[in-house]
Ligand binder design. Structure first.
Ligand code: ATP
Ligand code: FE
Length: 335
């Protein structure tokens, strides 16, 4: 079965071709345009998707060595995401599926971040049900109990900012480019994680909160810079390491609560922040320390990509779970 996956929820235009659960191609066009604004500008994102989508899909088919007439279905991101961005992928997927007279399959982006673990990859174990998934991305921070492919229960999520936002906004305070997550991660590995101390937010149970931390970091940096204008340059790696240490501590604390609450020790992570070296290492340590089994996605399936949309498309195809052509892009789609 050949599936074309299309992802356009935020600022990456991506297309992937799958043969069953295997990835034949996964092309991602990043939108450079947002860097100079320090964040994603929705109107520009939508316009860039319009420019990118045809060449990206074309390239994905070419790399896979597949003609569009060979496709069995088209899977696309319905939501959640930016409406103007989602509309581009949705309209394109509908027209192509209609033209080829093949099924259209709508996909929930957050479900895809989780089900990316079911892509066939060498040396990559797949989780068995039930497992806990922690989705940590630019727009979400959730702990989800995954009972089966399409039976997922959100146990807890953020009440304000997402963890990726905490990274990006802290980076902005430090004068780093957007998105700052990868750069903070890189510098964190060169610095002292205990150089500066930030208090963890006090939120009950499996709820997350990151807006207080963001403000604490802003005030801390402003205060220090007042005393020493070169404070940031002189301490950048240590500041990054300390921020990362605090954030990973928060994530691990919540996972421990979730494991205690459910008795499930299989942990999968997904979303852009699952590329982070700190969380990857903390989970590996937890295997030794607490007997957890952790599932960490391949790097290219962490931030937004169409391979993860394609795998959910394949799983839905097997269930004949197809969409009507009047399906609408949905900015606030729930899991
Ligand atoms: P959502 O999936 O919630 O709709 P999104 O699709 O915008 O949001 P992703 O593309 O999944 O988010 O993730 C992007 C986020 O991941 C950004 O905030 C980025 O800074 C962060 N990120 C990427 N790599 C790393 C890293 N190595 N360390 C920390 N954060 C990272
Ligand atoms: Fe995402």
């Amino acid at each position: 079965i050949y599936i074309l996956g299309i992802e356009s929820s935020c600022d990456d235009t991506s297309a992937a071709v799958l043969c069953n659960a295997q990835i034949l191609s996964n092309v991602v066009a990043n939108q450079e345009i947002h860097t100079e604004y320090g964040g994603v500008v929705p109107e520009l994102a939508s316009r860039a998707h319009q420019q990118n989508i045809v060449p990206v899909v074309h390239q994905a088919l070419e790399k896979a060595g597949i003609k569009k007439e060979q496709l069995h279905a088209i899977a696309f991101t319905r939501g959640p995401g930016l409406m103007g961005s989602l509309l581009v992928g949705t309209s394109f997927a509908k027209s192509l599926a209609y033209g080829l007279d093949i099924p259209l399959i709508d996909i929930n982006h957050m479900q895809a971040h989780i089900l990316a673990h079911f892509i066939d990859e060498e040396h990559q174990q797949k989780p068995s049900f039930p497992f806990l998934a922690m989705t940590i991305s630019g727009g979400h921070t959730q702990i989800v109990k995954v009972n089966s492919y399409f039976d997922m229960e959100v146990l807890g999520e953020t009440i304000d900012d997402a963890v990726g936002e905490a990274y990006d906004k802290s980076g902005k305070v430090l004068g780093l480019g957007y998105p700052a997550g990868p750069e903070i991660d890189r510098r964190a590995q060169l610095g002292n994680p205990k150089a500066f101390k930030f208090t963890k937010p006090k939120v009950d149970g499996l709820k997350f909160s990151f807006s207080g931390l963001k403000t604490a970091i802003l005030y801390f940096v402003q205060r220090e810079v007042k005393a020493n204008p070169n404070f940031i340059e002189e301490n950048l790696n240590d500041i990054c390491a300390s921020i990362q240490y605090t954030i990973i501590g928060i994530l691990m604390d919540k996972l421990k609560i979730a494991v205690k609450q459910t008795g499930i020790k299989q942990i999968a992570i997904g979303g852009g922040v699952s590329a982070n070296s700190g969380i990857r290492k903390a989970l590996k340590d937890a295997e030794q320390k607490f007997g957890w089994t952790s599932y960490i996605p391949k790097f290219e399936y962490t931030t937004d990509n169409a391979a993860m949309i394609g795998i959910v498309g394949y799983l839905k195809y097997l269930e004949k779970d197809f969409s009507d052509f009047d399906v609408m892009a949905t900015a606030r789609l729930k899991l």
